[in-house]
Structure formats: C-alpha cells, structure tokens
Design a protein around this ligand. Structure first.
Ligand SMILES: NC(=O)c1ccc[n+]([C@@H]2O[C@H](COP(=O)([O-])OP(=O)(O)OC[C@H]3O[C@@H](n4cnc5c(N)ncnc54)[C@H](OP(=O)(O)O)[C@@H]3O)[C@@H](O)[C@H]2O)c1
Length: 273
C-alpha cells in the first residue's frame, strides 16, 4: 500500500529508524532518510537500497538540534517532493549535558522541539498527500515526565533522564493535540513506545544490552505498523506499544495543558500559535 508513496524517517541511519526505513523501502515506498552525519547516512542509504532492491531511497542531512537546520530541511523537502504520505519522527537521544546553538537543552531540542517544528512545517505537504500519517516515536519514559512551561520559556530545563522523560511526554501531548487539530483532514497522528531496544542510544555495546533488550528489527515493528497498516488508517491521537493501543500517562491527557504547551512551543520555535 506504500508503493510510490513518499515516506520520511528521521534518524534513519541506525537502530529503530534504520529498520523502519528498510521496511518501508521493501514496501516500495520512496523513502527519504534524514540523518545528521553524511558518512553514516550514505552508508545506511546504500545498504537499505541494496537490501530492499529499491533505488528510490534519498538522504537528506540535518542536525535536528538546530532550529535553523530544521527549517532548511523542511524547505528542501517542500522543494523536492510535491506531497508527503508518511512522516516518522524517530530521531532521538538522551544527553547528559549541553545546550544547542539556540540555547535549548539538547534532548528537549532533538526529541521534542525538532519534531514539533518539522511536522508543522510539513503539514501542507502531508495534507496534499492524504490519506497520510505522522508517527512520533516516544517512550514509556514519558510516564516519569512533567511539563514545566516556565522552565521551557526560560530555557532552563534539566538534562539527563529528566529531560528525556519530559521531552517524550511533550511529544505524546503534541501528538494528541495535533490529532485534534487535524481531525477531518485525512492526516493522522499517533505515537508509540518501541519497547526496550538494543541500539546505540544506550551508549554501550549492543553485545551488553542485547540479552536484556529486543533487537532493532523487533523494536521497529510498531513504527512500521503505524506507518503502513490498513488497520490504523483511520486511527489518530493514540499511543501504541507492541502494535496495540495503550493508555499513556494521566498527565498526557490534559487537553488544556496540551494547548498551553502547543502555544508555548510555537513561540519557542518561532511559529505563530
Ligand atoms: N532503544 C530503546 O530502548 C528506546 C526505547 C524507547 C524509545 N526509543 C526511541 O526510539 C528512537 C530511535 O532510537 P534508537 O533506539 O533507534 O537509537 P539510535 O540507534 O541511537 O538512533 C537514534 C537516531 O537518531 C539520530 N539523531 C540523534 N541526534 C540527532 C540529531 N541531533 N540530528 C539528527 N539525527 C539525530 C541518530 O543519529 P546518529 O547515528 O548520527 O547519532 C540516530 O540515527 C528515539 O526517539 C528513542 O528515544 C528507544
């Protein structure tokens, strides 16, 4: 069902993103990989193209920690592709220190602000490609997250696990608010926890984590399901795990907070609310 459809996957050179891009390429989609490192991106693009037998695999470079680079990426996508069918906001990391060039804590910038801005800048292309889907890769860590708008506005959010949990909660709330705003447009938005997956995000060799965690191929299943399965064509505004709808944290369902978060984030990334 994705043959000839344009599907973007961020963070597509490794782990869950690479497996997602490979699966979509096997379905004969036009896959657009967004990666920050040219050498890693080129090599993954070649492998994915070879393994899938699909020549239509493109690579776009973007460091998602930079709002300027996200804007340049969106402009390039708008120039190259007339419509979009799938956007998988997969790229993510947890950082224990560091601020971006825009002054934001790095995890918040990559795991939440970048998908918020990129998605908003691509909405017209997604609407041109309906039925189309937005898939946000969150985490079960969002259950420990809290939204502190004042800290976000002052660019004084924490780093480490706190930043990761808060960013993943913000991503879930963004997904729900986006789905409400997209009702009736033919564009759906869902989010997911991929399970505990042996990937580079753990910063230790996979040989150490593999006995406790699932493979990247297993971990990509729910992303692939939400991007491609007819079962969920009309489903929007939900949180998934193991290809099944699950309840997310109580805080994630606070609609007033989600609207406030949307407005505050719009200001932070320079979009009009
Ligand atoms: N693994 C798990 O157990 C687990 C559990 C819950 C949720 N998740 C989520 O799953 C998603 C995929 O992670 P993964 O486990 O597959 O880890 P991974 O193998 O480290 O993949 C993360 C991808 O994001 C990219 N990325 C990181 N920072 C970036 C930036 N500033 N700009 C552009 N791309 C950037 C990485 O690029 P580089 O290769 O260049 O670093 C890589 O391609 C993440 O959102 C993560 O939070 C993972």
């Amino acid at each position: 069902m994705l043959e000839g459809k344009t599907c973007i996957v961020t963070g597509a050179n490794s782990g869950i993103g690479r497996e997602t891009a490979l699966a979509l390429a096997r379905m004969k989609a036009n896959v657009v990989m967004v990666c920050r490192n040219k050498a890693k991106g080129d090599s993954a693009r070649q492998e994915i193209s070879k393994e899938s037998g699909n020549d239509s695999v493109d690579l776009l470079l973007c460091d998602l920690s930079s709002l300027a680079e996200v804007r340049t990426l969106a402009a390039e996508i708008r120039n190259r592709y007339g419509k979009l069918h799938v956007l998988v906001n997969n790229a993510g990391l947890f950082s224990f220190s560091g601020k971006t060039e825009d002054g934001f804590e790095t995890t918040l910038a990559v795991d939440y602000l970048a998908p918020f801005l990129l998605t908003n800048l691509l909405l017209e292309l997604l609407k041109a490609g309906t039925p189309s889907r937005i898939v946000n890769v969150s985490s079960v860590a969002h259950f420990n997250g809290h939204i502190d708008l004042a800290a976000m506005e002052k660019k004084e959010t924490p780093s480490g696990w706190g930043a990761y949990s808060n960013s993943k909660l913000a991503l879930v709330m963004f997904t729900y608010e986006l789905a409400r705003r997209l009702q009736g447009t033919g564009v759906t938005a869902n989010c997911l926890h991929p399970g505990g997956v042996a990937t580079n995000i753990w910063r230790v060799p996979a040989a150490i984590t593999r006995p406790f965690l699932r493979s990247a191929k297993e971990g990509a299943k729910t992303s692939i399901y939400l991007a491609s399965s007819p079962d969920v064509e009309a489903v929007s505004g939900k949180y998934f795990e193991d290809e099944k709808e699950k309840k997310s944290s109580d805080e994630s369902y606070d609609e007033r907070r989600a609207r406030e978060l949307w407005d505050a984030t719009s200001k932070l990334v320079g979009l009009s609310p």
